[in-house]
Design a protein around this ligand. Structure first.
Ligand code: PLP
Length: 452
């Protein structure tokens, strides 16, 4: 038998508060493997910290989402939101599952093309599309979702020099009963901006109005807000039919479905409070089916779901650097994962699970990262089994936005691996090195030498 590890005794203040509804200890059984691969082996092979993506979780999640919509509505198309996670391997899993690409910059657009997505299956959103971006999108017959009138005028100008009819939609913002309202993108429904844009498009005769788009927010905890949005878009679509005898091809409801993460300050874990794909699908599809579209003119329903499809497939493995106590005696555990690579820790209370067996003691602990910055806190208060220097842990539900919003600050960005459905591990993004940076930086001649 392995020798039991000595754990230094501590005098601990008794917390006499009530247990929450899940009891005193909620999150803890050790997590020693992911999809059949040992956490310790992963760290040994690929270093710490390490992002791990489960291919089978991505596939099962998109299948679940698709089923929720396709059982309720005859024409459904998903488009993968690149900014949520644009690692090529991740995008390709979604494309293999039939998703188109949804991009919000020229860079993301080119990434989708490089990934082999046909231009016709790229939806181009966002407020900043350059003239070159628009030219490229028109040539490739992509779906351009117009954000503002200046963009509309640029596209109209381009029709004089490009021999193609641009395929466009407008982004519509609206009051869905969720405040603060997201009204900075697109044209407002209530004040008539949306109709202004639609009239300009239709009367120009130069553009092909393909659809209507909205993206009402992110991490939405209300399915009914989508019903409101769908009914307003349907109203516009039917108005266009009546006024211009023009049938739009699709209604794009954007993304924003909440993932299973727990927002800071939330009493209940995300797993218990976020609506399911079925809830969102029911709200959206019922509204569209009940509206007055002729059956032959029922628009395709496009979904640009991001975080809810990838968050749970991502894990972040790491190691304990040290333990110490603050002046008040509170336990602090320092880990090698900082807010620079776990950007979402600013608004989520991420679940953290030890990666090895532990004793029955737990203590309220503050977990902070390796940065020499006061804000580098991963969890302020977490009732965690005692972790020792060198121990490993798994941080959960990190697949969305971390691998795109991470920043190179103080430390370098780590390896990312994907575990395939046969438990084979693939390196999908190499860790940064000194060369990554020396290849970008240039030092002027007169600064090359110095004496100290
Ligand atoms: C970010 C974004 C999405 C994806 O949002 P999630 O909250 O990740 O689902 C979809 N559409 C547009 C236009 C976006 O900007």
């Amino acid at each position: 038998m392995e020798k039991q590890r000595y754990e230094r005794p501590i005098i601990k203040k008794l917390e006499t508060g009530m247990p929450n509804k899940f009891g005193m200890r909620t999150e803890y059984a050790p997590m020693t493997q992911i999809d059949g691969v040992s956490v310790k082996e992963l760290i040994k092979e690929y270093g710490s910290p390490l992002f791990v993506i489960s291919e089978s979780t991505i596939r099962s999640t998109i299948k679940k989402a698709k089923k929720a919509f396709t059982t309720r509505y005859p024409k459904v198309q998903f488009a993968w939101s690149y900014k949520t996670n644009y690692l090529d391997a991740v995008c390709k899993v979604f494309h293999q599952e039939g998703s188109w690409a949804e991009v919000v910059s020229g860079f993301e657009y080119k990434k989708a093309i490089a990934n082999g997505v046909s231009g016709k299956k790229i939806i181009f959103n966002g407020p900043d599309k350059s003239e070159d971006d628009l030219r490229m999108a028109i040539e490739n017959e992509s779906l351009i979702h117009i954000d503002h009138l200046d963009e509309l005028y640029t596209i109209l100008e381009l029709t004089d020099v490009i021999n193609k009819r641009p395929k466009v939609a407008i982004r519509v913002n609206m009051d869905t009963g969720i405040y603060p309202m997201w009204d900075r993108f697109g044209f407002n429904y209530e004040n008539g901006q949306a109709w202004d844009a639609l009239n300009k498009i239709m009367r120009s005769g130069k553009l092909e109005l393909m659809g209507l788009h909205s993206h009402i927010g992110t991490f939405m905890l209300s399915a009914s807000a989508y019903a409101v949005a769908a009914s307003k878009l349907a109203d516009l679509a039917i108005g266009i039919e009546q006024k211009y005898n023009h049938t739009i091809k699709y209604i794009d409801m954007g993304g924003g479905f909440a993932s299973k993460n727990t927002l800071k300050g939330s009493y209940l874990p995300g797993f218990d409070v976020t609506p399911s794909f079925d809830d969102f699908a029911e709200a959206i599809t019922t509204t569209l089916l009940n509206s007055n579209f002729k059956n032959s003119e029922l628009p395709t329903l496009i979904l640009e779901t991001g975080r809810a499809l990838i968050d749970e497939a991502g894990y972040l493995l790491g190691s304990v650097v040290a333990n110490k106590r603050t002046s008040s005696g509170k336990r602090n555990t320092i880990i090698d994962v900082g807010v620079n690579i776990l950007f979402t820790s600013f608004w989520y209370d991420h679940k953290i699970t030890p990666a090895q067996p532990f004793t029955h003691y737990t203590e309220t602990t503050q977990i902070y990262g390796p940065l020499c910055m006061n804000i580098d806190v991963i969890r302020e208060n977490i009732d965690l089994p005692l972790l020792n220097k060198g121990d490993h842990f798994v941080i959960h539900t990190v697949g969305a936005y971390n691998m795109t919003q991470w920043m190179q600050f103080i430390t370098l960005r780590p390896n990312v691996v994907m575990i395939d459905s046969n438990s084979k591990v693939h390196l999908i993004r190499e860790r940064e090195s000194m060369e990554t940076f020396s290849s970008l930086e240039k030092v002027p001649e007169h600064l090359k030498k110095f004496e100290l």
